[in-house]
Design a protein around this ligand. Sequence first.
Ligand SMILES: [Zn+2]
Length: 171
Amino acid sequence: MHGRDFIALAVIVIATIVGVRFARLKGWLKSAPRCQACGRSEPSTTLRFFKNTGMIIMFSWETQGGTLCRSCGLDLFLRMTGHTVVFGWWGMISFFVNWAFLANNLGNAVWALTLPGQAAVATGALDGHREYALNLIAAKKDHADIVYVLRQQTGASAEAIEAWLKTLRRQ
Ligand SMILES: [Zn+2]
């Protein structure tokens, strides 16, 4: 592959991540509402990773996955892939199988990256309440009360709301 091909590939991967994440935030693409691993109410999707150990002639592999959020998915990717990158090559069959496992793991990691993290979810929910917040500010409502009602309605953290209100006031 030429350097140009790598750049084209990187652009396609990044465009996929940005585009699919946007579709998830907008609700055009449905995500599972809860992560099986950490139990948090975050956008989640089905992910599967392989771990491979080469042993001259044989190889042994295991797979783990489930409905996972972005951070649990990426954690699992690192755990499974780190081992595979080091121990996966050392076998006659394993050498070839390892490419398929790594390709699967990389593909699933890219898919995990399409999930909005907690911060993006909070910002998305807050942006839906933009007019509402602007009206409260225009009506000179107490700052702490504005933060309180936005917390109730969006589930975003107080810090996320403070930061968002700052950008709103600057406009
Ligand atoms: Zn999780």
